[in-house]
Design a binder for this molecule. Structure first.
Ligand code: AMP
Ligand code: ZN
Length: 471
């Protein structure tokens, strides 16, 4: 940690401003992240969002806070078609159970384990509590009862809807007016709500439904949104500091969570709402329901270390879209290798507060404290990697200090480069000469000859970079 700690500033989706963090209790920050719906493997897009939560967690600790971090497990109630909140939709976990011939609990346990293994491969730190939705049904029923008695919800045949017209702040987070939301709903899929903009808190169980619980309104199951109200209030209290999720959760999931939690408690619950942008794959949104899924555990078979993906995520600000491409992963892997090489000196006792080191450290701390500006923080790490005013051991000490936030295992040995096959070095020299002479036709032909030898070439600012593919 730098010697004088910077003020952390975070972009709040609710106020649409970057604001100084003012925790409810000095020195302590409480954070809730919406966790995975455990009916399928989490993909690298989902993991980008959990990496963002981890970056926040590590940054808060680096800047001196004690963090209480809760990340839930959604094991019931998240419907396919949840945008429309249709009763005709199917529960994602229950549908997977039917398809795979397992119980919903077996599905949820299996995909929870797979998700946490992927998180561990990315050095995502464990959190304090990982509550499961199915363990909080009584709390969800209690909130629903309270919303009915506060005049904010109504019962239609055992399904309880939140009445958005009774909650004037509805739409504030996503910046929408209720009238516009109504216009966006497709009439034919609506159920029996009074208003298309209303949403279900509790749903009547249809025949053959596997996951259901008794309630004052008959057998049923919770809506996805009420789960996060119940689990966040239970584990973090009636007011907490930060709530995070992917950008697509802003509406309806988080808008609805605000309406529910504030509708019960009568006051704001979350101080700062933070949303991370999407990872895209060849321009398409990467969705579990679409076919284009890559898992973190699949990366090694594609020739990438999972932590190169963590590095890639750090190259973009969490509020910017990021595209996953081979070129970007190659660049990330070589950036990571460079930092590891720079951190590979032998350990020596180092006083990190020495002036030259303190300067780099305060720049790094300022960057991450400024709404988690990781591109700037990485740039500072690379400056340290080639800093002529530091010794090898000092560079190592500073980079390992930064690694408390970066989480890149900079202490790991830099991957040894595979040797070039015979003839490749000469082709590379000829190609460099062709590029210097701006003879791009010759340079492209030489690139193809190198590819035939199993050597992939990229043109970086520092010259040609190569990867030797195993053939
Ligand atoms: P789910 O398991 O579908 O509830 O999603 C888990 C988290 O992943 C949520 O916070 C989503 O907003 C987030 N998410 C889904 N797709 C992507 C993506 N392509 N890039 C980044 N985050 C995503
Ligand atoms: Zn949630």
């Amino acid at each position: 940690m730098a010697d004088s700690l910077p003020q952390v500033r975070l972009y709040n989706s609710l106020t649409r401003r970057t604001e100084p963090l003012q925790p409810l209790q000095p020195g302590k920050v409480s954070v809730y992240t919406c966790g995975s719906t455990v009916y399928k493997y989490a993909h690298i897009g989902n993991l980008r969002t959990y990496l963002f939560g981890d970056l926040l967690h590590r940054t808060l600790e680096y800047t001196g806070y004690e963090v209480r971090y809760v990340k839930n497990i959604t094991d019931v109630g998240h419907m396919r078609n949840d945008d429309h909140d249709s009763l005709a939709g199917e529960d994602k976990v229950e549908q997977a159970a039917t398809l795979e011939g397992k119980s919903p609990a077996e599905i949820a346990d299996f995909y929870t384990d797979a998700w946490l293994e992927d998180e561990a491969l990315l050095n995502i730190l464990p959190v304090d509590v990982m509550p499961k939705a199915t363990d909080h049904i009584p709390e969800m029923i209690a909130l629903t009862v309270q919303l009915i008695s506060n005049g904010l919800a109504y019962d239609v045949d055992g399904t309880i809807y939140f009445d958005v017209s009774a909650f004037p702040a509805y739409g504030q987070l996503s910046g929408q007016k209720v009238d516009e939301m109504r216009a966006g709903h497709r009439v034919e899929i609506e159920d029996d709500k009074r208003d298309p903009a209303d949403f279900a808190l509790w749903k009547r169980a249809r025949e053959h439904r596997l996951m259901k619980w008794p309630s004052p309104w008959g057998d049923g199951f919770p809506g996805w949104h009420i789960e996060c109200s119940a689990m966040s209030i239970k584990h973090l209290g009636e007011r907490f500091d930060i709530h995070t999720g992917g950008i697509d959760l802003k509406f309806p999931h988080h808008e609805d969570e605000i309406a529910q939690s504030e509708g019960v408690l009568g006051h704001p619950v979350v101080s700062v709402w933070m949303h991370g942008e999407f990872l895209t794959l060849a321009d398409a949104k990467m969705a579990k329901s679409a076919g284009n899924i890559i898992r973190v555990a699949d990366l090694p078979a594609k020739g990438y270390e999972p932590l190169a993906f963590r590095y890639l995520a750090l190259t973009a600000h969490y509020r910017s879209k990021l595209e996953f491409t081979d070129d970007a992963m190659h660049a990330a892997a070589s950036g990571l290798a460079r930092l590891r090489r720079a951190a590979s000196a032998n350990d020596e006792p180092i006083d990190l507060s020495d002036e030259a080191m303190a300067r780099y450290r305060s720049r790094f701390a300022d960057a991450v404290a400024d709404d988690l500006a990781t591109p700037k923080a990485l740039a500072t790490a690379h400056e340290v990697a080639s800093a002529s005013d530091l010794t090898d051991a000092q560079r190592r000490a500073v980079l390992l200090d930064f690694d408390r936030v970066l989480g890149l295992s900079l202490d790991a040995p830099a991957a040894a480069k595979a040797p070039l096959p015979e003839g490749a070095a000469e082709l590379l020299e000829r190609r460099a000469a062709a590029r210097e002479a701006r003879d791009f036709a010759a340079s492209d032909a030489l690139r193809d000859e190198l590819a035939a030898l199993g050597v992939e070439v990229r043109d970086a600012a520092t010259g040609q970079e190569t990867t030797v593919l195993s053939m």
